[in-house]
Design a protein around this ligand. Structure first.
Ligand code: GDP
Ligand code: IMO
Ligand code: MG
Length: 424
């Protein structure tokens, strides 16, 4: 196998960073293709905790090249902070190891400002990370945005910022009553930041093209999850990018190449940060227990993650939506601490029973149907799993029609069992 995609199969935070880091040991290139620093991918190595937002999770391996594809929206200010943090953790980052597309859309101060103002004053709260992601993608699609390469030419930068700010000025002044930086201030700010990014900028399309032609092993690292996808997700409570496997073709720059394996990272229960419907959400002490034991706090914003049971109709849908070929089941250790275990196997919706959360279904109107499972209390010390855990896994596999290839039972690199080989 030469190429593998890692995609979140729920609402994000499924443990993509941990799995990317582990499979990164076996591949040559790791590529981020969408999203921005709204992502928070945590990797635990011994007593070190490294949280990556923009830098791909392959960076921890010296033999691996990490690529930020042009589908990513890039905040040069956040990058500077992350670069320093990662280096302070003892990880080497050089232009050989990290390649950033010169065509990434830039997240400006205006984008971040607008994201915050909309969340605080707008009619609908999405519960965004406040990182300017939506406004930056809007600028890109409206053809008024900046590309990273524009940061290297101050005159061009001023010209493009003028064009960009013309309409926004009206919003800031008259709709939100907010201060905002002048074009000159923003140009100065971005020009300075651009100098830090410049050594890493390159034509990542050609880099990847060569790598694929040379049969290098490439891993595509998704951020967020399919249920946050702009087209496939629970709109409008989604992020602004194509988080599923489809986003790879445009966001990494991979026309016509096939991806042999799409590995859906799946938490053994469900979590969600931010607003929006969540059919299996637990509002009781059990939900709080899972939240506490699972350490369910957002890696980017520190917000509490809402917790609930594993939702198989949603999983069945995301498996189809991203053509997943296997899943990794993470955080099984957390479920070893509960004394009641349920799994959602269908919804009652508009007088019917359905087993797949096809788009168009109003998730706020479904009534989940649960099957009570026997609890498992595995210690994972040997390769033998308890019959109850085997039943949990088999129930999932049978429902979604693809195998569970990986079991994760702790944040450490060693806390994992492979039932299937990847990059063999
Ligand atoms: P990502 O955004 O999908 O990369 O996931 P996050 O890093 O935001 O959240 C997953 C959290 O769970 C991180 O703190 C990981 O260290 C942790 N984690 C990953 N796999 C496991 C696991 O199997 N068990 C436990 N207890 N924690 C895990
Ligand atoms: P990783 O890669 C979980 C959620 C936000 C909000 C919605 C829109 O760590 O899995 P945005 O700032 O993107 O406009 O917010 O998407 N969200 C995430 N939730 N994990 C993430 O990333 C997320 N990135 C965005 O909470 O509901
Ligand atoms: Mg995360």
């Amino acid at each position: 196998m030469q190429s593998l995609a890692i995609v979140g199969s729920q609402w994000g935070d499924e443990g993509k960073g941990k799995i990317t880091d582990l499979l990164g040991q076996k591949c040559d290139v790791v590529v981020r293709y969408q999203g921005g620093n709204n992502a928070g991918h945590t990797i635990i190595v011994g007593d070190k905790k490294i949280v990556l937002h923009l830098i791909p999770s392959g960076i921890l391996h010296d033999h691996c090249t990490s690529v930020v594809g042009h589908g990513v929206v890039f905040d040069p200010e956040a990058f500077q902070v992350e670069l320093e943090d990662v280096r302070n953790s003892g990880v080497e980052v050089t232009p050989d190891k990290l390649k950033i597309s010169e065509n990434c859309a830039v997240i400006t101060s205006y984008n971040k400002l607008l994201d915050g103002l909309r969340e605080n004053q707008g009619p609908v709260k999405i519960g965004t990370t406040g990182k300017g992601i939506g406004p930056a993608y809007e600028d890109k699609v409206s053809r008024k945005g900046l590309k990273l390469k524009d940061l290297l030419d101050k005159d061009l930068l001023i010209q493009k910022l003028r064009n960009n700010l013309q309409e926004k000025e009206i919003l800031f002044k008259h709709l939100y009553g907010s201060d905002f930086p002048t074009v000159e201030e923003e140009a100065e700010h971005l020009f300075k930041l651009g100098k830090n990014v410049a050594p890493y900028l390159t034509d990542t399309f050609s880099f990847l093209d060569h790598a694929l032609r040379e049969n290098k092993k490439v891993l595509y690292e998704g951020a967020q999850g399919v249920l946050l996808d702009i087209d496939y997700g629970s709109y409008p409570f989604v992020t602004s990018s194509s988080t599923g496997a489809g986003g790879i073709y445009t966001g990494a720059g991979l026309p016509g190449q096939s991806i042999q394996e799409v590995l859906g990272i799946t938490k053994a229960y469900t979590t969600r940060v931010g607003e929006g419907p969540f059919p299996t959400e637990l509002f009781d002490e059990l939900g709080e227990k899972i939240q506490t034991i699972g350490g369910e706090f957002g890696a980017t914003t520190g917000r509490k993650r809402r917790c609930g049971w594993l939702d198989l109709p949603l999983l069945k849908y995301t498996v189809k939506a991203s053509n997943m070929t296997s899943i990794a089941l993470t955080k099984l250790d957390v479920l070893c601490h509960v004394d009641t275990l349920k799994i959602c196997t269908g919804y009652k919706y508009k007088g019917q029973t359905i087993d797949c959360a096809y788009p168009g279904i109003d998730l706020s109107q479904v009534e989940p149907i649960y099957v009570e499972m026997e609890c498992f209390k595995d210690t994972f010390e040997t390769d033998n799993l308890s019959d109850t855990l085997k039943t949990y896994i088999e129930t999932i596999e049978k429902f979604i029609g693809i195998p569970v290839g990986i079991l994760a039972y702790g944040p450490e690199r060693s806390e994992i069992k492979f039932k299937k080989e990847y990059f063999n």
